[in-house]
Structures are given as C-alpha cells and as structure tokens.
Design a protein around this ligand. Structure first.
Ligand code: CP3
Length: 333
C-alpha cells in the first residue's frame, strides 16, 4: 500500500531559516501574510524542502476579527492582540459581509500557490472556529485562560450565542471563498474547544461547526472538511458524528487505542506530540512508528497533535518524513 500522506500544522514558519530570512527582509508577520507574493513563497518553502503531501496556506485564524475591524496586531513576546469586545453593542456591530472582501490578499495567495504546486500536492485552506475566535475577540488576547470569555459564558450565554452565530456565517463565507480561490480541502481550528465541558461543548463547539460544515458541504460538495476541536478528549467521537466533518484531527493527548477507536468512525489526522519532533532521534522515530502501527491500514493522514514548535531543527522534520514514507502498511488479510 502507498505510504500514509503527511503534512504538519505550522509547517511554514519560524523553525525554517529561509522563513526567518524572508521575515528579516520583508517585515512583520501580518505584512508577510497580507502580501500575496511573500505569503506564496512562505507557503511553498516547506514543500520544497520536505515534499509534504499538502501545503497549508500561510495566513492566520485571526484575519476574520481583523476584517471585522477588531484591529489585530502582534506584540513582541505577547502573541496576538485585538480590541476586546465590550458588550452587546459591539457584537451587534460585527458584519460578516466584510470578511471575504477584507481578505482578498488571502484569496490571491491561494490562486498563486495552487498554480505553483505540483498537481499531486493538495492545497489546504483554513479558518478559526467560532468559539476560538470569540475567545480571542472577547479577551482581546490569547494565553489560554480567557477570563472575560468565561465570565460571558456564565453571565450572558445568549450574547455568546449571537456572537457565535455571526462568526459561523463569517467562517462559512471565508471557507467557501478559499475553496473558490484554490483550496482543495479546509480545516477548522477550534484550538480552545478544550475549555468547554459537557453541554457547553455541544452548544459552542459542535453547534457552530455543524452549521459551518452543512453550509460548506451544500455550497461546495466534495471538498473534504477537516475538524480540529483541540483537547476535546472523550468528546472527539461525538464531534465527528454530530458535525458531519470528513476528517478528524486529534491532539497528542489521544492515546493510541483511543485513536484506533476514533478511526473506526472515519478518517483521522494526527497526532504526534510536537515535543517528540523537537527531541528527534529514537524518540521521534519510535513515536511516529507507534502511531503508524496503531492506525494500521485505516484512513489516516499523518500530522502532529498541534503546531511545529519554533525551536524544532528542520533535520528532525526530514527524519519524520522519511520514517513515515518508509513505513510499510499491513495489507488487510
Ligand atoms: O500551519 C501553517 O503553516 C499555516 C499558517 C498558520 C498560522 N497560524 C501562521 C502563524 C495557521 C494554520 C495558524 C492558525 C492559528 N493562529 C491558530 C490555530 C492553531 C493553533 O495553534 O492552535 C491560532 C490559535 C492562531 C493565533 C495565533 N497567531 C497565535 C497564538 C500566534 C503566535 C504568536 C507568537 O508570537 O508566537 C499567531 C501568529 C502566527 N500565526 C505565526 C505564524 C507562523 C507566528 C508569527 C511569526 O512568525 O512571528
């Protein structure tokens, strides 16, 4: 059987010396992401080096709130910052219609990358999921605890519903625009879905994803939809079954038996610990082989459980690709 396809979340970026060199010359992250010539070059850098089976367009999930006027910027050592949403008035003023017109450079980049790629290399578009976008928009920053978002979940859950509804429409429109511009698959990143338990996960991660998947599938049938509710734990199976996604991306917290179990419900993508890629050597090879053995001959796209860590030596990535490509899958008996 053919080897398992492989690409890596954050495969373009700071661990690559050619990315750092281009940034040095061209300026800050947002300038690079919003300049099609530069974003195209950055998207292609890891493909040239490692011949991954897919390219993911160089952009960011926070371009949606930025297009809505929330003033995205990156402060050195602080990560992304946005103007925090203040109450119902700010939520009511958000316009989903400006998301596609406000992101023409991304669409231009997708067309350029598609034209430059070998026909056998897939091009993946993406968006942030509504809950994860809302958390950055409400708190105005990342960091992982999102205290203002937690307050809103308790104090005014209906307002959060309204915000997620606007964002769901925005995300669906952006993904459809990306497909029309050249994306052949799309991935939804719900990076902070792990903050939601029980009913809250159903309401604020599954609900919006179900609406987006239905809209994208209806508008552009046949485009694979990859869902990533990071940290969902026991709820991954429910997320797959109830959202209608085609491929489930799982984080490194999912054990090998649990991964094999999830694979019985459909294709999986993941889930090597990015720390093993950073470590390299025997630990990396053994970790990758254990995943390949556990996923067996079932439908699997090899990936990490989260993005490449910026200190990762590029040689380790080459070693991982060789390990995955050299692994012989069992023929079904
Ligand atoms: O995967 C890829 O190669 C495609 C590009 C991509 C970026 N961001 C580029 C980027 C993707 C898919 C993302 C998604 C993204 N952005 C997520 C979801 C995935 C995840 O990590 O959970 C989130 C939460 C964001 C928001 C965001 N943007 C953060 C937390 C940061 C890091 C800030 C920092 O200083 O480390 C960014 C900036 C960002 N987005 C960088 C890159 C390459 C780093 C900027 C730089 O190079 O200086």
């Amino acid at each position: 059987m053919d080897p398992v396809p492989i690409w890596l979340m954050r495969q373009a970026g700071r661990y690559l010396p050619e990315y750092r060199a281009l940034r040095e010359e061209a300026g800050d992250f947002l300038t690079c992401a919003n300049t099609p010539e530069i974003a195209t070059e950055i998207t292609l850098q890891p493909i040239r080096r490692f011949a991954f089976d897919a390219a993911i367009v160089f952009s960011d999930i926070l371009i949606i709130p930025d297009a809505m006027g929330r003033n995205l910027r990156f402060a050195e050592g602080e990560g992304p910052l946005l103007d925090p949403l203040e109450g119902a008035g700010d939520v009511a003023s958000l316009d989903p219609e400006c998301v596609v017109p406000g992101n023409q450079p991304l669409m231009d980049t997708l067309g350029r990358v598609r034209a430059a790629l070998d026909p056998d290399t897939a091009l993946i578009g993406f968006a942030g999921a509504p809950f994860t976008l809302a958390a950055y928009m409400i708190d105005g920053r990342g960091g992982g605890d999102f205290p203002r978002t937690r307050d809103l979940m308790r104090d005014d859950p209906d307002l959060l519903d309204r915000l997620l509804d606007v964002l769901s429409r925005s995300v669906a429109a952006l993904l459809i625009g990306e497909i029309d511009a050249g994306a052949q698959a799309v991935q939804l990143f719900d990076s902070w879905a792990g903050l939601l338990n029980g009913f809250a996960f159903d309401r604020w991660s599954i609900g919006p994803a179900r609406q987006i998947v239905a809209e994208v599938h209806a508008a552009r049938p046949g485009i694979p939809f990859i869902g990533f509710p990071r940290g969902a734990g026991d709820a991954y199976a429910r997320y797959r079954a109830e959202t209608g996604i085609d491929v489930l991306q799982i984080d490194q917290g999912v054990s090998l038996p649990a991964m094999a179990d999830l694979q019985r419900g459909g294709p999986i993508q993941g889930n090597l610990d990015p720390e093993l890629l950073l470590a390299g050597g025997d630990a990396l090879r053994a970790g990758a082989r254990a995943i390949l053995d556990a996923a067996g001959e079932g439908p699997h796209v090899f990936n990490l459980g989260h993005g490449v860590i910026k200190e990762t030596p590029p040689d380790h990535v080459a070693e991982l690709v060789a390990t995955v490509r050299g692994h012989h899958r069992e023929m079904p008996s």
